[in-house]
Design a protein around this ligand. Structure first.
Ligand SMILES: C[S@@+](CC[C@H](N)C(=O)[O-])C[C@H]1O[C@@H](n2cnc3c(N)ncnc32)[C@H](O)[C@@H]1O
Length: 147
């Protein structure tokens, strides 16, 4: 998971089952709160064990959600644990995604980009896979990459 986010005003809600991961999930909710998600195809790059993306898939009226992570064990875990219509997970590298051009509406990236050797390659991939007018929402704790 991630370091989490706390909303003093309590605008974010999570279901009871998600209580132990509340703050980590609130970071995801905060990240996408300003984006229209209805009928959108969403991709998370660096999805880890999938808790954040599966929460979005359960609680938002998206069209599809695809989680991508370099770690094959994490991807296997996700595919075993989350059986939700429209939600899938595949192994992939943020710097060389095996996705089509213009294939999604929203890309999210949560506390993963600090791991990437080449931030420029990653950003080019995000730009390539997003449809025109799409959204890229990123949060991380370090921004001292060479660009
Ligand atoms: C701190 S975890 C965050 C996971 C998830 N976003 C969350 O908040 O729960 C960082 C994740 O980035 C993944 N990662 C690292 N380098 C990557 C790369 N080049 N491409 C895709 N994923 C990568 C790691 O395997 C790990 O699962």
């Amino acid at each position: 998971m991630n370091f989490g986010y706390h909303d003093q005003d309590g605008l974010m809600t999570t279901d009871e089952k998600s209580e132990p991961d509340k703050y980590s999930l609130q970071l995801y909710l905060h990240l996408i709160s300003s984006v229209e998600t209805e009928n959108k195809d969403i991709v998370e790059i660096g999805c880890g064990r999938g808790g954040g993306l599966s929460h979005i898939a359960r609680n938002f009226p998206i069209a599809s959600a695809l989680g991508i992570d370099l770690n094959k064990r994490a991807v296997r875990f996700c595919n075993l644990h989350y059986k939700i219509d429209g939600l899938t997970f595949v192994r992939g590298d943020a710097q060389k995604l095996g996705l089509e051009n213009n294939s999604c509406d929203i890309v999210i990236n949560v506390e993963s980009s600090h791991c990437y050797q080449n931030m420029t390659l990653f950003l080019k991939e995000v730009f390539r896979i997003l449809r025109p007018g799409g959204y890229f929402r990123l949060t991380d704790f370090r921004y001292d990459h060479e660009m």
